[in-house]
Write a protein that binds this ligand. Structure first.
Ligand code: NAD
Length: 404
């Protein structure tokens, strides 16, 4: 079966590689020529562990183009374009453009929406295009996206057209994951409810971390471990940190809150999760100000600029937000990140973590890259917002969620 993918960013390129690995012939289309060329050259712009290797291994079953004509005989076409939030509302132009462009070339294809879209979107797109549309939200995490796609916890397939649903179901059979068949709207809502719940979980443990910092002999990692043994709670997403960022949680929770407001429903818990998240940066800023008070040179080194480790994605990164606030307040911002795909002229980027540390008065660990776990930093204040160092690595350490 020939499968098409529209949108070859973080998720589309991984989906393409994984479906090719499963034996399908895959055609990927993107309007961004640089992304297509990078994939044709076997050097993807997006960094995801093992992506390059998987694309290389399956190159005989993969084809990439900027021209929609290459999708003319695809039976199933995934739409994996961006769905940003603008003015607190979901922005659907990229999805609509993709559907209409495909309709002009191949109106018999079954469209599978992987992009995160609000309930009711698939129905509206069906009315607009007259095409069959299945909702199949994506739950992978950047940094382990390949593993998550090949072995997902579940596959959710929403749609009314039985034949189309069964085609998509068959396509994902190779994963052996439980499959939930449901309505388009349920499938769409499951994605937002899941992301919102995970955002809440992160903000919850971050508030507990704040409290642990004030209560003698408490540390948040032990609290999280003790909570996580409980099957009703589970240990995942209970790691205190600098707050959530990336291309999903901030934008999806914001869009979900506005969506609920249209129905006069107030998602108070989700709103609080966002509020707690915004406060993370203010909290680090407070610590930095106290630590550097009275110092003449105020150079802050940020270790890690991506929104998490094992990606080069800096979208809505809390580390970048911290850098922006530091810059606004007149600090010199130094940084080191092994992968971050961003160039900001007022950030002094260093080639190694140690070089960045040497040139800074204070260091903030903002991303849990493995290489930071073995750093030894003596004689300098370190604010470890990822909880990866201990007093033997750094003699002047403020560790998130630990008393004292
Ligand atoms: P991305 O920005 O990395 O990639 C989107 C791609 O779509 C870009 O390369 C862009 O050029 C392309 N595009 C835009 N309009 C197009 C068009 N009309 N035709 C062809 N290509 C077009 O986005 P992403 O991070 O891969 O996310 C894609 C979707 O998946 C979003 O809805 C996102 O919310 C969802 N999602 C993302 C993640 C994640 O971790 N990144 C996880 C789950 C779900």
């Amino acid at each position: 079966m020939k499968v098409g993918i529209i949108g070859l960013g973080y998720i589309g390129s991984v989906t393409a590689a994984c479906l090719a690995e499963a034996g399908y012939e895959v055609v990927g289309v993107d309007v961004d020529e640089s992304k297509v060329n990078s994939l044709l050259n076997g050097a993807p712009i997006v960094y995801e562990p093992n992506l390059k290797e998987l694309l290389d291994k399956n190159k005989d079953r993969l084809y990439f183009s900027t021209d929609y004509i290459s999708l003319k005989d695809a039976e199933i076409v995934f739409i994996v374009v961006g769905t940003p939030t603008k003015d607190k509302k979901i922005y659907l132009k990229y999805v609509e453009d993709a559907v209409l462009s495909l309709k002009n070339i191949n109106k018999n294809a079954v469209i599978v929406i992987k992009s995160t879209v609000l309930p009711g979107t698939a129905k509206r797109l069906m009315e607009m295009s007259g095409m069959k549309i299945i909702s199949n939200p994506e739950f992978t995490k950047e940094g382990s996206a390949i593993e998550d796609t090949l072995k997902p916890d579940r596959v959710v397939i929403g749609g009314d057209d039985k034949e189309a649903v069964s085609r998509v179901k068959k396509l994902w059979d190779f994963t052996n994951a439980p499959i939930l068949e449901t309505t388009n709207e349920n499938a769409e809502m499951i994605k937002y409810a899941s992301n919102s719940f995970l955002a809440v979980k992160i903000s919850f443990i971050n508030e507990i971390a704040n409290l642990c910092e004030k209560v003698q002999n408490c540390d948040v990692d032990t609290i999280a471990k003790g909570m996580g043994f409980d099957k009703r709670i589970a240990p995942y997403f209970l790691k205190a940190g600098i707050g959530f960022g990336g291309s999903c949680f901030p934008k999806d929770t914001t869009a979900f809150i506005s969506f609920a407001e249209q129905f006069k429903e107030n998602l108070k818990i989700v709103k609080s999760a966002l509020e707690v998240n915004d406060d993370r940066i203010k909290r680090v800023m407070g610590l930095i100000k106290i630590s550097l008070e009275g110092k003449e040179r105020k150079k802050v080194g940020i270790l890690g600029l991506t929104f998490k480790a094992n990606t080069n994605d800096t979208r809505a990164s809390q580390a970048i937000k911290l850098a922006e606030m530091l810059n606004l307040e007149g600090y010199t911002v130094n940084a080191y990140d092994p992968m971050a795909n961003i160039n900001i002229n007022w950030i002094n980027r260093y080639k190694s973590a140690l070089e960045c540390v040497e040139n800074s008065d204070l260091v903030v660990i903002a991303t849990e890259w493995d290489e930071f776990k073995n750093l030894n930093i003596y004689g300098k204040k370190v604010i470890d917002m990822k909880g990866i160092l201990n007093k033997t690595n750094a003699d002047n350490l403020i560790k998130i969620g630990v008393y004292g």
